[in-house]
Design a protein around this ligand. Structure first.
Ligand code: SF4
Length: 489
């Protein structure tokens, strides 16, 4: 999963993208990057004259007198990468940024974004959230034609498609390129004087437009708007490409223009964004994430009631579902597990060793809340089952008399091919075990999952992808299987 953020027409563009990425850090912790350009294409700093570069940490693309894109990207967390000194190397009033995580093997600097490219249509930088279903096929085709790839991500496929399009101007080339890709993409493309933002025709990943004074912003989630004081305008529509543009000079004005609308035959917004991934203070797909999770929890309480003393969330993603469960059931809510916030989210750490280590250091029960109690433990999902088992055991060691596990989504039975780094099917405990077998494995007294119907009813409207729970993949499985080999972006 990744996070994308961009802003046009602001003198502190790089700093604001830094803040935006900081708010989106939960969407990717492996690498982060910012690319900037001045709206007239001429940067105002002292770096003019440095050599032409392709992309990478601290590099920039420069031809004397020509537009420039400056880029800084690095492995690690946003706050560690972007020092004041580094941000000062990102001049210009228009910028995009990206936070990234990948599948194992793809965690390296060459795959960090934004990807910067110089082509006959001009300079661009691109930041992408999602996975292309036909990325491998397109890459093969492009390589046969002589294209050289610097990364393993399918984002670079889009760059090549834009560059090789027979359309002469960037805008038409972008439309042409996006007409050829299939799968999940929410992208921001930086170019002189504008940022293009686009979303695939299924709408798998969120992408939202906002305004900050005279500036226009785009973000994967609204929590980034809140941090910088921007207001949400609307979501980018399914299959829509918009241009955020800026006139030149003092008092420059921004404008929003719909560039193209691809027809959308099916809406497939990722329900897992609401279950787990997005921040609870964000509004995505028309709903606040915290409210949605509370609705899932309330529905879970109706579907799987149990006589108990306390409702305890697995923090942080189980918190709002547990609140909903507690409110619906009338059983008191307590923070019976405390999370150490200085340990990363185990789910998206790429190494198994870190994941195992993380479970032990991440959560600690509060003995005074747990001891002697019948506990309803709420989590968003069970992936391998090993984490749940450790938590159940911990609660019993701390004196819980019963532990009733409740999950605010259906059993996770299949991988995601649209940009969420769920493990392979064979690693998913629910792919080959019944609920009762899982209950025995995690050593809970009872186990209950939210039903698919209950989840969709709680979501209140249709148009969601539920494939990792139901096997109903919105894009056919044969293509999706091929995409599994592609590095997640
Ligand atoms: S398969 Fe699951 S994680 Fe992937 S887009 Fe669909 S609901 Fe989201």
């Amino acid at each position: 999963m990744c996070g994308v953020f961009g802003i046009i027409n602001h003198k502190d563009a790089a700093n604001l993208v830094y803040l935006g990425l900081y708010a989106l850090q939960h969407r990717g912790q492996e690498s982060a990057g910012i690319a900037t350009i001045s709206h007239d294409g001429i940067a105002s700093d002292t770096n003019l004259g440095e050599p032409i570069g392709s992309s990478g940490a601290g590099e920039q693309i420069i031809a004397p007198g020509a537009p420039q894109i400056h880029v800084e990207k690095e492995m690690g967390h946003v706050a560690d990468i972007f020092t004041q000194e580094r941000l000062s190397r990102l001049p210009g009033d228009t910028a995009i940024g990206h936070v990234r995580y990948s599948t194992a093997g793809g965690s390296m600097l060459c795959n960090a974004q934004p990807i910067v490219a110089s082509m006959s249509k001009g300079l661009i930088a691109i930041a992408h959230n999602g996975n292309l279903i036909n990325g491998a096929e397109l890459r093969h085709e492009l390589e046969q034609e002589g294209a050289i790839f610097n990364t393993m991500s399918d984002t670079e496929v889009m760059v090549h498609l834009i560059a090789r399009s027979k359309e002469r101007d960037l805008e038409r080339a972008l439309i042409d390129a996006l007409s050829r890709v299939r799968g999940a993409y929410s992208i921001a493309v930086l170019a002189p004087g504008r940022i293009y933002a686009a979303r695939d025709t299924y709408g798998f990943r969120p992408l939202i437009l906002g305004r900050l004074g005279e500036s226009l912003v785009v973000s994967s989630e609204t929590c980034a708007f809140d941090l910088i004081g921007a207001e949400m305008i609307r979501e980018i529509r399914l299959g829509e490409i918009v241009a955020m543009e800026c006139s030149v000079g003092p008092g420059a004005l921004t404008a929003l223009r719909v560039v193209h609308q691809f027809p959308s035959t099916r809406e497939a917004r990722c329900i897992f964004e609401h279950v787990y991934f997005a921040r609870p203070d964000s509004k995505i797909f028309g709903n606040n994430v915290a409210e949605m999770r509370k609705r899932f929890g309330a529905q879970l309480a109706r579907e799987h009631p149990v006589d108990a003393d306390v409702v305890v969330p697995v923090p942080d993603s189980g918190v709002f579902a547990a609140l909903g469960y507690a409110q619906e059931s009338g059983i008191p809510f307590e923070f019976g597990l405390v999370r150490n916030h200085y340990v990363g989210r185990t789910f998206i750490e790429p190494k198994q060793t870190i994941r195992n280590f993380g479970v032990k250091v991440k959560l600690n029960p509060v003995r005074e809340i747990i001891a002697g109690k019948r506990v309803i433990l709420i989590d968003d999902s069970i992936v391998r089952g090993t984490t749940s088992k450790k938590i159940v055991r911990m609660l019993k060691q701390f004196g819980a008399t019963e532990v009733h596990m409740r999950i605010s989504s259906p059993p996770t039975t299949g991988p995601c091919y649209y940009g969420i780094d769920t493990p392979q099917r064979r690693e998913l405990i629910a792919s080959s075990n019944s609920v009762e077998e899982i209950r025995r494995f995690i050593e809970a007294d009872t186990l209950g999952y939210l039903s698919e119907e209950g989840m969709l009813n709680a979501a209140g409207n249709g148009g969601y992808c539920t494939a990792c729970f139901t096997g109903k993949y919105p894009i056919v499985r044969a293509e999706a299987a091929e995409a599994a080999a592609i590095v997640s972006t």
